[in-house]
Design a protein. Structure first.
Length: 127
């Protein structure tokens, strides 16, 4: 998906283009070299910003797609049991575990998500 280029990256690219233009116009070889070096530094800064933007997007996507861990792990490992979806028969691993507000700490509500039909399945589990 195409994303809008952030303003600070556009600024770096503009400064790099400006330095390149000055290098092209320069007749003094030392001045030309300085402008080309300046262009390179602006391009490196833009690339650094771009890398940080991509890393942030990756982390945001990973956080968005991460399944929460159950809050309470059972001694018999029943929290890792894959449930079968009643709708389609697909496997539905545990994606969430929350305390039941009605039972006041006696039960948890476990949510499973079917990998086939994406249906949420809720189970009430004794602690």
């Amino acid at each position: 998906m195409l994303r809008k280029i952030p303003e600070h990256i556009l600024e770096c690219l503009g400064r790099a283009a400006e330095a390149r233009g000055r290098a092209d116009d320069a007749t003094d070889p030392i001045l030309k070299s300085d402008y080309l070096e300046m262009e390179l530094r602006w391009m490196r800064l833009a690339e650094s910003y771009r890398f940080v933007e991509q890393a942030n997007q990756f982390l945001d996507d990973a956080e968005h797609h991460r399944f929460p861990r159950p809050s309470v792990l059972k001694f018999d490992n029943s929290h890792s049991t894959v449930t079968v979806c009643e709708k389609c028969g697909g496997e539905a691993p545990l994606i969430d575990c929350a305390p039941c507000t009605l039972s006041r700490g006696v039960r948890d509500i476990w949510t499973f998500k079917c990998e086939v039909c994406r249906e949420d399945l809720k189970r009430i589990v004794e602690r």
